[in-house]
Design a protein around this ligand. Structure first.
Ligand code: ADP
Ligand code: MG
Length: 334
């Protein structure tokens, strides 16, 4: 059974960056305005995330790594919303099957913090022979999750990964996306032992400032804002797009739908086509879009590892987003 669970977990957690994505979403779901990430060896040795969210009640610590255990059904009572956001209670459970997990957490009204250790979905003792009950300790309100030795027990998964520096770059890309999108939350990401952070954004910043923090002032100057509300198909779009080359290799495409980071290859292709009318061949722009679509209209049948989404009236919505983009680019390039 342990082996089956481990294989299933490896299907959900492919690499450090996607373990981190799940943990960032948990911090944001917990209302965090500060998310601090520390990484060692591309996340394979250590992936640590500290937030100032609501924390976890001591009595719930026994089930945070249990498969299909989620606390979010109460808060997000619309079932389609839950499914859309992927609230399945699978992330931490999966991680605990392929890594050593330590959770330290404190709720505001609790006199102290509590620390718990996990393996294979269950609480485990800090040391053999000790009780596996959570231990009281000092700590601030919020949650710290430490994931160590990711894939220590899945040689095939570990072999499939790139170098630590490549994995770290993927981690940074995830942090960049969430930092840009969540302007009320400050993000830092640094390598373990480093003095300076590789990402550092402020809370209560404007989206444009976050883009500047992440990518530098040059890009921020080039950006056009995109804002549109569409009553016929019940969606709205916000974001920033560049009117110039940004990347040497490919378009940088950051897409959030209902505040979840996702991919839509149909939308991406359509946007690339719009750009070919305005920018020279070989130009690779920066595109950040945030779409709000009725939750019930987003395809709920997606596998946790597949970021690709589909939604109702997809063609019409894409057409409408592209028309807005086209107008902005036309104005800017008269
Ligand atoms: P899901 O997010 O789908 O509920 P996860 O496996 O990602 O499942 O997390 C399991 C549960 O652990 C969550 O429902 C939540 O109750 C708790 N949890 C995880 N991370 C945090 C966090 N950073 N702050 C507060 N609670 C958390
Ligand atoms: Mg989650």
């Amino acid at each position: 059974e342990a082996v089956v669970n481990r294989i299933a977990a490896g299907e959900i957690i492919h690499r450090p960056a996607n373990a981190l994505k799940e943990m960032i979403e948990n911090s944001l779901d917990a209302g965090a305005t500060s998310v601090q990430i520390t990484v060692k060896d591309g996340g394979l040795k250590l992936l640590q995330i500290q937030d100032n969210g609501t924390g976890i009640h001591k009595d719930d610590l026994n089930m945070v790594c249990e498969r299909f255990a989620t606390s979010k059904l109460k808060r997000f009572d619309d079932l389609s919303t839950i499914a859309t956001y992927g609230f399945r209670g699978e992330a931490l459970a999966s991680i605990s099957h392929v890594a050593h997990v330590t959770v330290t957490t404190k709720q505001e009204n609790s006199p102290c913090a509590w620390r718990a250790f996990y393996a294979d979905g269950k609480l485990k003792p800090a040391k053999p022979g000790m009780s596996s009950d959570p231990k009281p300790c000092a700590g601030n309100t919020g949650t710290q999750i430490v994931v160590e030795d990711l894939f220590y027990n899945v040689t095939t998964r570990r072999r499939a990964l790139k170098s630590p520096s490549d994995e770290y770059n993927r981690i940074l890309q995830v942090v960049h996306r969430y930092a840009i999108h969540n302007s009320n939350t400050s993000f830092t990401c640094k390598k373990h032992g480093a003095n300076t952070a590789d990402v550092h954004t402020a809370s209560s910043a404007r989206t444009l400032d976050n883009i500047r923090y992440v990518y530098g002032a040059a890009i921020a100057k080039e950006l056009l804002d995109v804002t549109h509300t569409d009553d016929s198909y019940n969606f709205s779009v916000d974001g920033y797009v560049s009117n110039a080359n940004f990347n040497t290799k490919q378009m940088t495409f950051i897409l959030f739908i209902n505040h979840r980071s996702v991919d839509s290859s149909n939308l991406k292709r359509a946007i690339e086509a719009v750009y070919t009318e305005y920018l020279p061949r070989g130009t690779h722009p920066f595109v950040y879009l945030s779409l709000d679509i009725e939750p019930g209209n987003v395809d709920v049948n997606v596998h946790p590892t597949k970021r690709e989404v589909h939604f109702l009236n997809e063609d019409k919505i894409i057409e409408s987003v592209c028309a807005v983009l086209q107008r902005r680019l036309a104005d800017a390039n008269h």
